[in-house]
Design a protein around this ligand. Sequence first.
Ligand code: R5P
Length: 293
Amino acid sequence: MLITSCGNSIDIAKSLARKLHAKYSPLEISSFPDGDIYLKFNKIPKKETVVIVHSFQPHPDMSLFDIVWAAETAKDLGAKKVILAVPYLAYMRQDKRFNPGEAISSKIMAKLLNKSIDKIITVDPHLHRYKSLKDIFTIPAVKLTANDVMADYIKRKIKNPVIIGPDWESYQWAESIAKSIKAPSTVLEKTRFSSHRVSVKMINPIPLKGKNVVIVDDIISTGNTIAEAAKKARKQGAQSITAICVHGLFAGDALDRLKKSGVSKVVSTNTIKHKTNGIDVTSLFVKELGKRK
Ligand code: R5P
């Protein structure tokens, strides 16, 4: 097995290789003077399984392009199989045509990957209107979840936590984590007016006064969802508020917004490299890829 990366998720790729006792060799990717892509394997993966470990952030558009280039090159060089281990899979939120004429990006992304790779493994993809990855992928597609590693973090670091899911979609993470660490939990009802304006309502109130509140979501993008939830929790007297997400996109001034709303600490997993990373998802990939050794 040869483990490689197009540039993102290098730490996960190296650690994965160490833990699986596999070779690690990064790709050489640059541009010709005219802007055309240049890609080179430094180890020729003849008759080997190639695992491309690469998150779609930063630069989701280039990432998709680089992955397709890498996978096609691997096959051209004689690779037996190409597996994409993608900690953060982008484009999943554009899962329908919200306005006439729009691209359904998730379908296009999947179509390109279906043609070039043999299997995809990802962590907590944003499945909203799709029931499963099978709705868009024709290749084997494995959905891993960061629930256990997030639950473990909360158990180790936060005393007597109360878990909040800021909307019904996020409640699948919040509820499962709360159950596994035996903490009380509740969900808020979110109304989204635009990508920057949301409001949340507590529909099943639980006591938050003096509690260490943990707000759990799959994605923090602009931070508006968590910020609104944090304001509610502060109003109800929460002692501390920790925001935990699987995928920290932190678009624009998201971190400032979270701080101003009363969030005491922000923690993300390393599916996207960021200074808030505090939870490692490598073990999830080790378990999945280790199965086939
Ligand atoms: C939405 O359905 C997701 O679960 C997140 O709640 C959402 O993507 C967060 O976005 P933002 O940080 O921009 O409010």
